[in-house]
Design a protein around this ligand. Structure first.
Ligand code: SME
Length: 159
C-alpha cells in the first residue's frame, strides 16, 4: 500500500506534490493498465470535491472506458460526443464549468456538475483522455488546469 500525505496548503503546492507522487508511482512501470489504475486512485483521493476520476482509451478512434474511481460509467464514447469525445476529437483540454450547459454532455453520474478532460498524447498519437468530474459547479480553475496538464504529461509518457 502506498500512503501519500499530500497537504492542500495551496493549490500550486498540492499539484506539485501530486505530480511528484504520480511520477514516483508510475516511473519504471511499463504496464499501462496498472499505471492508469494507480493514477486514478491517487488523483481521486488527493483532489477535493471530485466524484469521478478515470481514463477513456482510444481504441480504433472510439473512446473505451479504462481504469477509474467513482460510479460505474458509460463504456464507449464516440469522438466528438460529450466532453470526453470533444477533447479526443480536438485534442484540446476541455474545462467545463457547468456540464449541463455543454451540448451533448453525457451524464454518467447525475451528481457531476463540472469537469475537466485532458487529452493524452504521445508521439503525435492520441492515447486517450483523463476525465475528472466534480459535483461542484466551476470546480476547476485555470490553476487546476495547469496542474492537471502536468499530470497528463507525466501519464502520457507511461501509457
Ligand atoms: N462526462 C463525460 C462522460 C464520462 S463520465 O462523466 C464518467 C462526457 O460528457 O464526456
Amino acid at each position: 500500500m502506498y500512503d501519500f500525505k499530500i497537504e492542500a496548503a495551496d493549490t500550486a503546492t498540492m499539484y506539485r506534490d501530486l505530480a511528484s507522487a504520480l511520477e514516483g508511482l508510475v516511473t519504471g512501470e511499463p504496464d499501462a493498465i496498472a499505471n492508469m489504475a494507480n493514477a486514478s486512485a491517487l488523483i481521486y483521493e488527493t483532489l477535493p470535491d471530485v466524484n469521478w476520476v478515470g481514463f477513456y482509451r482510444n481504441v480504433g478512434d472510439e473512446l473505451v472506458l479504462g481504469p477509474f474511481q467513482g460510479r460505474p460509467a458509460c463504456i464507449r464514447i464516440k469522438f466528438g460526443e460529450g466532453v470526453c469525445g470533444v477533447a479526443a476529437k480536438t485534442r484540446q483540454v476541455q474545462r467545463v464549468e457547468d456540464v449541463h450547459a455543454f451540448p451533448g454532455h453525457i451524464a454518467c453520474d447525475a451528481a457531476s456538475a463540472s469537469e475537466i478532460v485532458l487529452p493524452l498524447i504521445k508521439d503525435g498519437e492520441l492515447l486517450g483522455v483523463l476525465d475528472i468530474d466534480s459535483p461542484k459547479k466551476a470546480r476547476f480553475s485555470e490553476e487546476d488546469e495547469a496542474g492537471c496538464v502536468k499530470l497528463a504529461e507525466i501519464l502520457s509518457r507511461v501509457l
